[in-house]
Design a protein around this ligand. Structure first.
Ligand code: ATP
Length: 212
């Protein structure tokens, strides 16, 4: 089986996240993809809404995406800070026979040296790194420790390894971020780059209003 993990703050989940989930799932023939909202993002500042609300929006989107897609409460229901290392270890133990992938954007991967015990992450999963408009793969590779370069391959070089590879994946960029969406909502409360169900949930609950 092929399992993909896709973690994020999802504050809120938007069409860029959904595009990544769908493209990765199709291109890598993923059997199950788990969307994993994080509980306490230590590096995030600003208006981060409660995890149960972010979780609910991700849950609705996973349902829209189809049967292969699920939301996981592994991080939102655990005590303390959500370290990616613990999440990857957990799913490696849960699915010992699987090829497991952790999907993320190149912006996030560029910061990998700062992640908790980052060098161990590659023992558990492969990374699928998706290009984002703000950073090229070249710049991203310059930002990560050099010993990781040996692990880098392209999509067509992947041949069934269960862990340890960093796969660079080009997909048509969707130039959207949660930050831009929060700014647009605060300014005018218009629907910007959000799935309908997410915008409805945000409106009904009065989230991301400028006066909060
Ligand atoms: P923020 O603007 O609040 O920092 P974000 O839009 O980058 O948020 P996150 O929830 O932090 O969203 O991202 C979760 C993951 O999704 C990260 O790996 C990030 O790189 C990736 N991602 C976010 N937006 C896009 C996008 N438009 N295209 C591809 N990947 C994306």
């Amino acid at each position: 089986m092929r399992t993909a993990l896709f973690g994020g703050t999802f504050n809120p989940i938007h069409i860029g996240h959904l595009a990544l989930a769908e493209k990765v799932a199709d291109s890598f023939k993923i059997d199950r993809m788990l969307l994993i909202p994080s509980k306490i993002p230590p590096h995030k500042t600003g208006n981060v809404i409660p995890s149960d609300m972010r979780f609910e929006m991700v849950r609705m989107c996973a349902k829209l995406l189809g049967e292969r897609f699920h939301v996981s409460d592994f991080e939102t229901s655990n005590e303390g800070v959500s370290y990616t290392l613990l999440t990857l270890k957990h799913f490696r133990e849960k699915y010992p026979e699987d090829e497991i992938f952790f999907a993320c954007g190149a912006d996030i991967f560029a910061t990998i040296e700062k992640w908790h015990r980052y060098s161990e992450l590659f023992d558990y999963v492969n990374f699928i790194v998706v290009r984002r408009s703000m950073i090229s793969f070249g710049k991203m590779l310059e930002a990560v420790p050099e010993w990781l370069h040996d692990k880098v391959i392209t999509e067509d070089q992947y041949s069934g390894e269960k862990s340890g590879k960093i796969i660079l994946y080009e997909m048509p960029p969707v130039d959207v971020s949660s930050t831009d969406i929060r700014d647009a909502l605060e300014a005018s409360y218009r629907k910007a780059n959000l799935p309908d169900v997410v915008y409805e949930y945000i409106s009904e609950n009065g989230l991301y209003r400028g006066d909060e």
